[in-house]
Design a protein around this ligand. Structure first.
Ligand SMILES: CC(C)(COP(=O)(O)OP(=O)(O)OC[C@H]1O[C@@H](n2cnc3c(N)ncnc32)[C@H](O)[C@@H]1OP(=O)(O)O)[C@@H](O)C(=O)NCCC(=O)NCCS
Length: 241
């Protein structure tokens, strides 16, 4: 399949409204993929389909707007990367594609604030930690969230390509601040595929924590364990600070 992994360009905050045709269509596709993920892989996420189906498009638009989040999508066709010049063409191609997978990288975020009990994209969590993390010797901390590949597109390398694109985005941001890059992801302890995927991409297990998975259907909330995986890349000494 001729697939592409794209990073969403940053629109102006005022463009993320339902009155913007491109933003509305993007939010509809993003919401559709997210609900599909929660339906087909309920054990992989702390949130549930039943909870999220009740949230409207404005919730998705808020998430897309989060200033320190970068959204990556895998789509079913070749798309030229976004440039200022071909902005309209890029969105037209993106919005006519089928979305096969997604991942979000959020940060920099204070490392101590990161927990399975909080959604890094929820309202009020989008602050930039750089004000409190100015030292160049400190790592800037980023979080991966919402990783999903459509069951029919799995085992063809899309998950790995999404991680590589997200890591490259975060690393570039950390290095531009003269800092090491530190990336964390939480994976349910029974999610063999995701754990293998992250380890293959260079992540290592750094701990675990208990969390509560939201109730699904007739089921009750469940106490579960998440494994914390981390990846660190040092700021190259030859770049200077
Ligand atoms: C985890 C997930 C994103 C992997 O996506 P994918 O596109 O199939 O992954 P890739 O094809 O890039 O696989 C890369 C490597 O990950 C590992 N891997 C992926 N799926 C695996 C599985 N089912 N069992 C064991 N290892 C697996 C393998 O090492 C694989 O390399 P290989 O195919 O050369 O052996 C996908 O299974 C998924 O969406 N699962 C449901 C949602 C989820 O678990 N999200 C993670 C939340 S933290």
């Amino acid at each position: 399949m001729n697939s592409t992994v794209v990073k969403l360009p940053k629109l102006r905050p005022e463009d993320y409204t339902e009155s913007s045709e491109a933003a509305r269509r993007l939010a509809e596709k993003t919401r559709g993929l997210r609900l599909h993920a929660l339906k087909t892989s309920p054990d992989a996420f702390a949130s549930s389909y039943e909870d999220e189906v009740q949230r409207d498009l404005s919730h998705t638009l808020e998430r897309l707007k989060t200033h320190n989040a970068n959204h990556l999508f895998a789509v079913d066709r070749a798309i030229d990367p976004w440039t200022e010049q071909n902005h309209d063409v890029f969105f037209e191609e993106l919005l006519s594609a089928t979305f096969l997978g997604s991942m979000v990288i959020v940060g920099p975020l204070p490392r101590e604030d990161f927990t399975a009990k909080k959604d890094p994209l929820s309202k009020g969590e989008d602050r930039d930690s750089t004000k409190s993390h100015r030292s160049s010797s400190e790592a800037q901390h980023y979080v991966l969230n919402g990783t999903f590949v459509d069951p029919q597109a799995r085992r063809s390398g899309l998950g790995r390509r999404l991680i590589d694109a997200a890591v490259a985005t975060g690393q570039k941001d950390a290095f531009s601040r003269g800092c090491d890059f530190l990336c964390t992801v939480l994976v349910d302890s029974e999610n063999v595929a995701a754990e293998a995927l992250y380890k293959r991409a260079g992540f290592f297990v750094s701990g675990e924590e208990a969390y509560v998975q939201r109730p699904r259907g007739e089921l009750k909330s469940m106490d579960r364990v998440a494994i914390k995986l981390e990846l660190r890349r040092s700021f190259p000494a030859n770049l200077g600070c």
